[in-house]
Design a binder for this molecule. Structure first.
Ligand SMILES: *Cc1c(COP(=O)(O)O)cnc(C)c1O
Length: 396
């Protein structure tokens, strides 16, 4: 018999041979705009989701410490057996109020929130209409549901309406439209105002994954719905990005949906409760994001994004135009993106290349992301590194 692990190694080798291998950058410092790597190198960080610069914030760490001392380290239970503390209830109410829904339910991550949502909510006689560029966790969550699945081209409103018509003509009872609020590889916003109108016309629920928006987009950082002046029915989000960067996710929405997930959502029923420290720090993060410090941090973040886009464009890089602090530098083939990322690392800038399967083949890129914590000096140094790395990578 052949060695089964030999088969696994062959498959791995194929990934490497295609030039699609990914390595981890090992940090020996907190997350932030300037990192120390385990190798001893220093690097300017252009790749984290720490949009507001809260990942090492004293207020979050103090809230976590205090909760840990008062409420212990772990819950050692799922929520419904003996794993619910008042902190969880407070955070659920806080999330619902912040994003503008009736109620909310916590998960270990937004990956689990999206994994929990679709299967209990949508059954055989229902339909889910999903944007082609939706996050992997939405795609996986939808796969778990028995509902009819319909896909539309990214942000294409005509295609969305055709799918809605198809769902209705097929006799679907419940219809739900699922979209990222911000498409994380491109930094583009979903056209939520138009999508809301289409959902209303066809009697569909609108679900928005706001992982790259909660805390940083819209008034007080409430997300892409408030930014567009509309209310999605269901919002999923994370505490692993702008809101402190640790972990935890949520589904926020009508009480009936949240109640259903508490009865039937499998990642809720069969997985551990968030630890007190993480829960308390998430509460502190929302307080911060909603208040004047959040406002000041968002102003810095968006000013940094504008400055960075202008600098890269002036230096001749091809960007996906937009307004979000995700700024993708388009490089074509995976090999080019990898050569560019290596040349950047040699110059003390951490910005890994993204290529298939995270983005389509031929659309490899370096996805840079701005943070409120970046200084003007950080960005000037990073821009100089981009210009010189482009020469070394043969792009100039
Ligand atoms: C990051 C992300 C997730 C996963 O969030 P976690 O809390 O890290 O699991 C889900 N959806 C989108 C759009 C994301 O960007």
């Amino acid at each position: 018999m052949p060695d089964p692990l030999e088969t696994v190694r062959d498959r791995l080798e194929a990934i490497r041979a295609e030039g699609l291998w990914k390595d981890e950058a090992v940090l020996a410092s907190p997350q932030g705009p300037r990192l120390r790597l385990a190798s001893g190198r220093a690097a300017i960080n252009l790749s984290s989701n720490d949009y507001l610069g809260l990942a090492d914030h004293p207020a979050l760490k103090a809230a976590a410490r205090e909760a840990m001392e008062e409420r212990g380290w772990g819950l050692a239970s799922v929520r419904f057996i003996c794993g619910t503390q008042d902190l969880h209830k407070a955070l659920e109410a806080r999330v619902a109020a912040y994003v503008g829904t009736e109620d909310a339910i916590l998960f270990a991550a937004c990956f689990d929130a999206n994994g929990a949502l679709f299967e209990p909510l949508l059954g055989e006689g229902d339909a889910v209409v999903s944007d082609a560029l939706n996050h992997a966790s939405i795609i996986d969550g939808i796969r778990l549901s028995k509902a009819r699945r319909l896909r539309f081209a990214n942000a294409d409103l005509d295609a969305l309406e055709s799918r809605l018509r198809e769902a209705r003509e097929g006799g679907a009872e419940l219809v739900l439209v699922a979209t990222d609020g911000v498409f994380s590889m491109d930094g583009l916003f979903a056209p939520l105002r138009e999508m809301r109108a289409l959902c209303d016309r066809w009697g569909a629920l609108l679900m928005v994954d706001d992982c790259h928006a909660t805390g940083l987009v819209g008034p007080e950082g409430r997300g892409t719905g408030p930014r567009a002046g509309v209310r999605p029915d269901i919002v999923t989000g994370t505490f692993g990005k702008a809101l402190g960067g640790a972990l935890g996710g949520f589904v926020a929405g009508p009480r009936a949906v949240v109640d259903l997930l508490r009865q039937r959502g499998r990642p809720y029923l069969f997985s551990n409760a968030l630890p007190p420290a993480v829960t308390a720090a998430a509460l502190a993060a929302i307080d911060l994001a909603e208040g004047p410090e959040g406002e000041a941090r968002r102003a810095r973040l968006h000013a940094n994004a504008r400055r960075w886009r202008e600098g890269l464009s002036a230096a001749g890089f091809e960007l996906i135009p937009g307004e979000h602090p995700i700024v993708p530098v388009m490089l074509g083939e995976a090999g080019t993106a990898q050569a560019m990322a290596r040349a950047l690392m040699d110059r003390g800038v951490l910005a890994p290349g993204f290529f298939f399967p995270v983005v389509p083949r031929g659309a490899a890129r370096i996805r840079t992301q701005m943070s409120a914590a970046h200084s003007e000096a950080d960005l000037a140094e990073a821009l100089a590194a981009f210009e010189s790395a482009a020469q070394e990578a043969g792009l100039r």
